[in-house]
Design a protein around this ligand. Structure first.
Ligand SMILES: [Zn+2]
Ligand SMILES: [Zn+2]
Length: 373
């Protein structure tokens, strides 16, 4: 395989699992096909790289041989469900979903939605409806520059799958008779024999009748029609930490969609957009600002007030300061998200050259001219 998976994810060959996961999430967000500037091919490539590098065994194999084993690894083949073992487990394969799955863009959406249990292929497939982890969600929040400096708490409202209150998520109408599922005799699983490209395979799949619960109800919940979840608005309190920068995302664990049949709740990824400031430009933890001074302040020096994010500080302008000179004010930049402390503030001085002089000023400048200035 000639593809450099490390390069695709933009990580070092020695990257840790965590770094790889982080890089993947970032790239996947960037190139997600649902986005205006998304790119489906790139997105697939990123998935492919991640599937290999996130799996210790495959990664080792890839590092050693440049491929991942008997079938090689090929995103296209994996996506048509024939080759790479990447995201499929045997159950999926045998269950038929994965084996036939022509994964189209909608499915990619699903994959994206299932980032939490990375590549929950078939997560919404009809053949598996036992307890399922709720889908991860993605949303955005725009805050002001000042809020990004100080941190802020916001309430957001999202429409999503939440647990049905009427049945408390089990899908049965309260008072319904609960019986043992006849199909699986209560085990929640059935054995299935299938012909696959790997030959005949016997596998255990989730019972299609009770969806793994082992129980059947005489009456389904009328609110959620038995799914245990309803789609409704949910209010979520979000704590945005001080120092967050434009484009970063926050992971809110357990704030995604409700799981099905008692499955865990998904996560919410909140992309933060920070409105630009009229006064400050940000670069990393540092801030840049400009301060206009007069001609005489530049020539003679002075102490001037400079706006910082919170209040003002005094800045000493030495005599003979040129326009464009940059002064450093330590610790007055943005708070650091990780660790502690603040970045620095750089103040660029701009000398205000008057475009018009009154008579008195002109006279004095003429005097200066005589002095050789
Ligand atoms: Zn219900
Ligand atoms: Zn059953």
């Amino acid at each position: 395989m000639s593809k450099d998976y490390y390069q695709i994810l933009g990580v070092d060959k020695k990257a840790t699992k965590d770094e790889i996961k982080k890089a993947f999430r970032k790239k996947a967000h960037e190139h997600h096909p649902d986005k205006g500037n998304g790119n489906a091919d790139k997105f697939k490539e990123i998935n492919e790289a991640y599937q290999v590098l996130s799996n210790e065994q495959k990664r080792q194999q890839y590092d050693q041989y440049g491929s991942t084993g008997p079938f090689g690894y090929d995103g296209a083949r994996a996506n048509s469900g024939q080759g790479g073992m990447g995201g499929f487990n045997w159950q999926d394969m045998a269950g038929g979903q994965g084996a036939q799955g022509n994964i189209n863009m909608d499915d990619l959406g699903d994959i994206f939605g299932g980032l939490g249990d990375i590549f929950g292929f078939g997560g919404r497939s009809n053949s598996r409806r036992g307890p399922q982890r709720g889908h991860d969600m993605e949303s955005e929040l725009t805050i002001t520059f000042e809020e990004s400096y100080s941190g802020v708490e916001k309430m957001i409202q999202l429409k999503k799958n939440i647990q049905c209150n009427h049945c408390h998520g089990n899908g049965a109408e309260p008072g319904a008779k609960i019986e043992t599922c006849q199909t699986c005799k209560g085990s929640g699983q059935v054995r299935q024999v299938q012909n696959t490209m790997f030959g005949q395979m016997s596998s255990v799949i989730v019972c299609p009748d009770c969806h793994g619960e082992g129980k059947s109800y005489s009456q389904k919940c009328k609110d959620c029609r038995g799914s245990g979840v309803i789609n409704d608005y949910d209010k979520i309190k979000v704590k945005v930490p001080a120092g967050i920068s434009n484009g970063q995302s926050l992971k809110l664990s357990g704030k995604g969609e409700a799981g099905i049949k008692g499955g865990p709740v998904g996560d919410l990824y909140l992309n933060i957009f920070v409105k630009p400031s009229a006064k400050f430009k940000r670069d990393g933890h540092d801030l840049y600002t400009a301060r206009t001074i007069t001609l005489t302040q530049a020539l003679l020096g002075d102490k001037v007030n400079v706006d910082i994010m919170e209040g003002k500080v005094k800045l000493k302008i030495p005599s003979g300061t040129e326009s464009g000179k940059r002064f450093l004010i330590r610790g007055k930049g943005m708070p650091k998200l990780q660790g502690s402390g603040y970045g620095n503030l750089y103040v660029e001085v701009d000398i205000d050259i008057p475009s018009r002089l009154n008579r008195q000023q002109k006279k004095l400048i003429e005097e200066l001219k005589k002095e050789g200035l």
